[in-house]
Design a protein around this ligand. Sequence first.
Ligand code: CMP
Length: 138
Amino acid sequence: MEKTLSIIKPDGVKKNVIGEVIKRFEANDIKIAAMKMVHLTRTQAEGFYAVHKERPFFKSLTEFMSSGPIVVMVLKGNDVIAKNRKLMGATNFKEAEEGTIRKDFATDIEKNVVHGSDAPETAAFEIGYFFNSFEITG
Ligand code: CMP
């Protein structure tokens, strides 16, 4: 059983689509193994996105990600990393397929509602960034 980290970003929380996003996971047979709401500091957001620190959007991204509460979840299921990425749609909502979370709710390449790990190694780092082993069920 594979695991991945999902984040409902500050724009998703503000738009009141937490339930809508979770509904899509559940409808696609994805199980939630851990979940909490947190408000990151700027430093915590920088640590999470450290891989992007040389990118021109790093400052704006970390400012946005620390601008309000987020919902972080560990998702589990067969092939859940790819499955979650398919449900999210492309990073740029303008390129996202119809019916994906970003196509339906994103307004901006940065304010794109959700984050999902892109590979097993990043999933391990990202899950460990937010949760300890006692907080993850199953
Ligand atoms: P996410 O999947 O969380 O990974 C990095 C984030 O950087 C991305 O979603 C967007 O929120 C943000 N971002 C802003 N500008 C860009 C860009 N030009 N390309 C990729 N990601 C961007």
